[in-house]
Design a protein around this ligand. Sequence first.
Ligand SMILES: [Zn+2]
Length: 179
Amino acid sequence: MNRMFELDPNAVAWCNEKEPSQWTIAYFSSNAKSDMLLNNVCEVYNSMILDARDKPILTLLEKLKYLLMARMLANREKAKQWNLGASIMDNWAVDLEKRACSCRKWTFTGIPCKHAIAAIWANREDTLDYVHDSYKVETYRKIYENAIFSMNDRQIWPKSNKLPPLPPRSLTSTKRGRK
Ligand SMILES: [Zn+2]
């Protein structure tokens, strides 16, 4: 903090207003197995559904279903082609049993850091045995193994005497958020 204060006192004040888990790696959660700090995933999703967001609920859901069907099919086909082999390679403390390194990269990503890889190779073991299951081809294939099937057109759906769903009031009055 002293060094930070010398560089920018406002930065110290900013950090002090926040929980340490929001700005220092020592307090980050290790549950996600991803070190992405950007919201690119949300941006991509938003742009993907852009032309469907202001549609009636059934049209929106049909569009989302179509997009998911296409994505699951594309990823399922892509995963069939994968045949990954072994890949990759101070003073860092590596604990292979706990799958952790004092640099914390392995803990946050689930992928052994270069220090861990060096330790794994020194043990003459396979690096891939130490990668978190989230990254395994089998896990990916399991995620996309089920397909979303098409369904009958809404013209032949059974008729209901219930009120049709209406959009939330916030959508019918002032539009908020980005377009
Ligand atoms: Zn490390």
